[in-house]
Design a protein around this ligand. Structure first.
Ligand code: GTP
Ligand code: MG
Length: 368
């Protein structure tokens, strides 16, 4: 059960701790001032003083400050767009083409440290893109994409048509309730058959607007650049309907997109800010660790001091490598961050112990 520290109980009851120890002794409970007693004993003790003791487990939810966003603080934020599709259908090429034609600024210092996330500034506004690796697309996205993506660009090669991972991407987007914009790619190829792709997708419920459906389709070529402006316009149109907003004034809430152990820099992670503004020096908790933002880099590897809603940044300041998909929450001080990290560690430990005891039980049974 849950335990209560005698000193804490004494403070709450307004009775000296010595006095409580004495009373416990009278009740037949041997305890010293630095110990804890269980909830039931605490209740019995309370009854001796006509005080009702209610033991409540403090969860991290009780500790993490809640912010009520004032309507006037909610500002439009850029849409986060994830590119998904079957292996080799041209997801990365499409993003490269968008990057090369739309990003004026070049990567810093020749060292390519860019993250799998790009910001693209258009006259109509900013877009944030996330690439997904081919084979891993489905599993990795389940962990990290679903929580962060506003719109999916489904890339289908016009010469190959709908393939298993195309279907997976559709299922995944549907499950997450994320709108899909279809990019029929490789339209430059002589054997491209976009009409065939449309009918294949229609069978799966992804019906083009021109056929009376609700999905936007765009024929593109990542090779020639054909149709890319139109694709971006369609994505912006889709984004407009979502009316995406966030409060840049509040402490940041982020999601880890990817993380690794860098030989020189230690644990680094790419996070995307979902709400609030992440600042250098911010104290945070992620998984069962707490840390402090030591340095931050934008998508082209430049140092930044802060990052607002939807913005991807690479961070340093972890004690261990966080996991993709984990939430990173900024807290008002280190003490609280440590407290929450400790609670999570304890929970993790308890869970592991439980798992272990389960294993040993099965072992026992299997031996009988
Ligand atoms: P994974 O990340 O492995 O899933 O692949 P991907 O979807 O990112 O495909 P990628 O961009 O790596 O392209 C695969 C191949 O298709 C490359 O050889 C590209 O050059 C080629 N390709 C991509 N887009 C086009 C296109 O529009 N036209 C032509 N002709 N080739 C393309
Ligand atoms: Mg790729």
């Amino acid at each position: 059960g849950e335990n209560v520290a005698i000193t804490e109980l004494a403070r709450l009851m307004g009775i000296k701790a010595n006095e409580i120890v004495k009373k416990l002794f009278e009740m037949g409970v041997m305890a010293n001032i630095n110990q804890s007693i269980d909830a039931e004993t605490a209740q019995l003790l309370g009854a001796e003083y006509d005080i009702e003791v209610v033991v409540k487990v403090v969860t991290e939810d009780d500790l993490i400050p809640k912010y009520e966003d004032k309507p006037e603080d909610l500002k439009p934020r850029p849409p986060i767009v994830t590119v998904m599709g079957h292996v080799d259908h041209g997801k990365t090429s499409l993003l490269d083409k968008i990057r090369r034609t739309k990003i004026a600024e070049k990567e810093a210092g020749g060292i390519t440290q860019h993250i799998g996330a790009y910001e693209v500034d258009l006259p109509q506004g900013k877009l944030v893109f996330l690439d997904t690796p081919g084979h891993e697309a489905f599993t990795t996205l389940r962990a990290r994409g679903a929580q962060v993506t506003d719109i999916v660009i489904l890339v289908v090669a016009a010469d190959d048509g709908v393939m298993p991972q195309t279907k997976e991407a559709i299922d995944h987007s549907k499950a997450a309730g994320v709108p899909i914009v279809v990019a029929i790619n490789k339209i430059d190829k002589p054997n491209a058959n976009p009409e065939h792709v449309k009918s294949q997708l229609a069978e799966l419920g992804i019906i083009p607007e021109e056929w009376g459906g609700s999905h936007q389709f765009q024929e593109v070529s990542a090779k020639t650049g054909q149709g890319i402006d139109e694709l971006l316009e369609r994505v912006l149109l889709e984004a407009e309907m979502l009316e995406l907003k966030a409060n840049p004034k509040r402490p940041a809430e982020c999601v880890v997109i990817e993380a690794k152990l860098d030989k020189h820099r230690g644990a680094v992670a790419t996070v995307i800010v979902q709400n609030g503004t992440l600042k250098k020096g911010d104290v945070f908790v992620v998984g069962a660790q707490y840390g402090k933002v030591r340095s931050m880099f934008n998508f082209i590897g430049r140092t930044v001091k802060e990052a607002g809603p939807s913005i991807p940044v690479e961070l340093m300041g972890f004690s261990e490598v966080p996991e993709a998909g984990e939430k990173l929450i900024v807290l008002p001080n280190e003490k609280l961050a440590k407290q929450i990290a400790d609670m999570r560690k304890e929970k993790k430990r308890e869970k592991e112990m439980l798992e272990k005891s389960k294993v040993s039980l099965t072992d026992i049974f299997s031996k009988i």
